[in-house]
Design a protein around this ligand. Structure first.
Ligand code: TMP
Length: 254
């Protein structure tokens, strides 16, 4: 059956779903960094991210976080509810890293004495600028009620994920999530959308501080999928020990 593509992004494709109001989210192997200055393909990345994101969204259901995920369809695809994406990248930070350290001169690795929630306006041409709540409301990207809901959900997601990763000896340094509006029975709900994977999180080994996320690619400091495989392994999603560039790990059937 020919699929009806409705959107193609850097790491994912969205197709029309089998029922009205549903979409198929397809995870690609492509990696980009520094606003598309770098682009490479890592065979198997999409498969790992599909599985990690499925697992995390399913866990978030257990604490009643509303989200778009319905079910995984195959190795690279998941069925999701169609939502109207709110044009914000919501970044939650527990430890100083990345743009925060560059912008404010804070040393990398410094534990923040409170969690920081930041908003970036999703616009490639403007390179996703950092914006304030006032910008968001003034320019109508989200309402005050929606922003309050987004902030509250983002902090709950952070509390849950930080605890989950800590139990498998991983520090959740920071991560980016996105939200959408789900229209259902004449009501509008703000729900978590997009993905949560090592593409969109900073994940450090708790002991060694080794990076297991896309920074390895951004910084060219190793083979990207070694870290992704290690995360999947600790999450119980991989059968094989010691995944590497030359060994193909096997995903646990589920
Ligand atoms: P930053 O420190 O570069 O602002 O990134 C903060 C977090 O957001 C980090 O975990 C990586 C993630 N992120 C994305 O997922 N997509 C992006 O386009 C950017 C800039 C960051």
């Amino acid at each position: 059956m020919k699929k009806n593509k409705i959107y193609e992004g850097k790491a994912k494709i969205l197709y029309k779903g089998p029922e009205p109001g549903t979409l198929i989210q397809h995870f690609k192997d492509d990696a980009t960094a520094n606003n598309n200055e770098k682009m490479d393909v890592f065979e198997g990345k999409g498969v790992i991210n599909n599985r990690i994101s499925e697992h995390l969204f399913t866990l978030l259901s257990s604490i009643d976080i509303p989200h778009h995920f319905i079910k995984r369809l195959n190795m690279r695809e998941q069925l999701i509810n169609e939502v109207e994406i709110i044009p914000l990248e919501v970044v939650i930070r527990n430890i100083a890293a990345g743009s925060l350290t560059k912008r404010l001169g804070i040393p990398t690795g410094e534990k923040l004495n409170r969690t920081i929630v930041e908003f970036y306006y999703k616009d490639d041409a403007l390179q996703d600028p950092l914006v304030s709540e006032e910008h968001i409301i003034t320019f109508g990207w989200a309402s005050q009620n929606e922003l309050d809901e987004i902030t509250s959900l983002a902090l709950r997601v952070n509390d849950f994920l930080a605890g989950y990763f800590s139990a498998i000896k991983i520090q959740l340094v920071d991560f980016k999530i996105e939200f959408g509006r789900l229209y259902k029975n004449d009501e509008v709900y703000v729900v978590l959308a997009d993905e949560i994977s090592p593409d969109s999180c900073r994940l450090w080994d708790s002991q060694t501080k080794q990076k297991m996320d896309k920074d390895v690619y951004r910084e060219n400091s190793g083979y990207l999928l070694d870290g992704y495989n290690e995360v999947a392994k600790r999450m119980g999603l991989l059968t094989q020990n010691g995944a590497s560039k030359n060994k193909k790990p096997t995903l646990v059937k589920g």
